[in-house]
Design a protein around this ligand. Sequence first.
Ligand SMILES: Nc1ncnc2c1ncn2[C@@H]1O[C@H](COP(=O)(O)OP(=O)(O)OP(=O)(O)O)[C@@H](O)[C@H]1O
Length: 706
Amino acid sequence: MAPKAKADALVQKSPAEFFAENKNIAGFDNPGKCLYTTIRELVENALDAAESIGELPAIDITIEEVSKARLNRIRGVEHHGRLDEQLYQDFETEEAKKKRVAKEAREQEKLKKLIEKHGEGSKEVESKRKELAAAAGAAKPGANMRGNLFYKVTVKDNGAGMSHKDIPNMLGRVLSGTKYGVKQTRGKFGLGAKMALIWSKMTTGLPFEITSATPRAASRSHYLLDIDIHKNEPAIHLEEQLPNPDGWHGSSLSLTIEGNWSTYRSYILRYLRQIAVITPYAQFTFAYKAEAADDNKSNLRIAFRRRTDVMPDPPAPTKHHPSSVDLELVKRLLRATPAKTLTAFLQKEFDRVDKSLAARVVDEMQAGVEGDMSPKDLDEKQIVRLHQLLHEIRFGDPTGKHLSPAGEYNLRLGVMKELGPDLIATHQGDVRVFEGHAFIVEAAVSVGGKNVKPGINVHRYANRIPLLFEGGSDVITKTALRRINWGAYKINQATDKVGVFVSIVSTKIPFKGAGKEYIGDDVTEMVAAVKAAIQACCLQLKSKIMRAIAAREQKQRKKILSKYIPDVANAIHSVLERMAAAAAAAGGAGGGAGAGAAGGGEEGEAGPAAKRRRTEAGGGVLRDELGLLPAVAAKEVTAATLAARLSEYVERIDTDMALEYQVQQGLAAGEAKAPLYLMPLSASRHCHGPEVHTATCVVRLLTGYT
Ligand SMILES: Nc1ncnc2c1ncn2[C@@H]1O[C@H](COP(=O)(O)OP(=O)(O)OP(=O)(O)O)[C@@H](O)[C@H]1O
């Protein structure tokens, strides 16, 4: 008989263990991505911390390369040479070496043939070279060994700091934070900084170093902190309070982790550039320090300067909207409320519930529930009934006053400073609601600019943080690429350099996953709001683009007309010369004093009538009403005269058309119109009236006419 299977042993995991084993859920996928996410989490905490006290953020970010040798010195690990080379992954056997060399020779032969066929520098040769270089790297023995890719990451801010006693729990216990309330914040889960610490613990074993001071604190807290993953508890290596003579406030957080700068460099820089776009009132400095101080090729220093002191109003905490709460939350609120009566509880804990509405909700509960009973006395069934009613009754929508969008001004400024586009339009949508949470969508669409690829370049933001990964499934990308008919707005989706910036702020962003990488495309309200915001920008751009096209066409027309003026003037002049000569000859034959008409002319026509002569040339009849022919004959009208008059004419119709066009556009665009009264110059004036500022000029009115 087969032995009876042993029941699996029950194991419980701490949240820290769970996240350590499932790092990717929080955006910690591979060493490169971990470096990126660490920076991101620390920068977002820094911004939240500064904005929470109304301070214009000033954030310094440093990534310092740490070689394995240096890391080992820091960790006190002794260096030993290799005893047995053959044990190591980078050891190459004779046979493997022979194979590699033969393969390399074959590839070189292929390259030679390509050079003969297409020539040195051709596309084919260059791509083969790249392929060979990559293959050479991959074929190196031990190529997949993890190299010395360690980095000390430090982020310093001028924010609110943390109170001394809270630091261990805030930064050493997974799922602990101060941002769980109903409030728009960049952080949400109480996880990011701890994930960075877990990653550091898993790869270098070095602790978090934290220095922090709250505003007006007499001392700075200094900690070396670790996390006990099994217990999900902070483990303190060093705790001290240092003097704070200059009254500094803020935090400096530092971690040493494994990473990969070369593969994630572009993401990190893109992230910083995008956060600079949405936060133009913040100042960021970024420094990458290579292990060798004189490695100028690797060392990097970038400053994203502050461009405005106008900071959006800070988001305010709000109450739960009745339609957003689940049964568990209702129970938790009932347990925790300081309210003494049920009516007061409803009024105090929920958004959009005033005293009279609270009383009506209580009446609706029936079954013996009274408004003055204690919320703690509700039994299980009554709580279920209350929860159901909260979802069935129509409450007013959340107002969205507690939200803090970047604002069209900031968004426009940010895009202009980072991209310098040719055209830009911005739009802020109305407050909308999903699942009882208010949200606002803002958008900017730009055309042209530096470092912008042709096509639709989508930039996504959620609660003012840039989202760089997993864009394909995001509501913003999908809407921009699939739901907007760009052609209808005179934008060429394939060749124009279009920047689409969409920012969503809300007390609840429907992120997919704790990594906060993308927003689901399944919230109908959000899809509609994103589409409307992009379309509103496109509509503004369309009229700008049409104006630009018309101006370009006009310029082009003028250029073409001007180009032909000399030829046309010469041609006309030579025809006129010939006609003048013919007229002179005909006049002579007719015996009139140079005034006779040829062919169809009246016999004996003379005097003033001679000025309006008819000349027959080549079977046609020309009526010289202006008396041009004698002027041509007398060389008073030359080709140059004709060219000058033609130029004048082209210039005039250009100005007339431009003026007419501007007037039409002004009227169509509904620009500010103000009645102006023109007085005869003879009217005497006593004093100056107000100035009228229009889009194109300032008109000063004169008053006090007599
Ligand atoms: N630079 C800082 N200044 C002040 N407080 C900070 C700073 N960094 C972290 N904190 C505090 O530590 C808490 C935990 O931070 P952590 O990054 O782990 O999570 P979070 O920001 O709350 O949420 P999320 O996981 O979504 O980022 C924060 O809620 C905040 O109160």
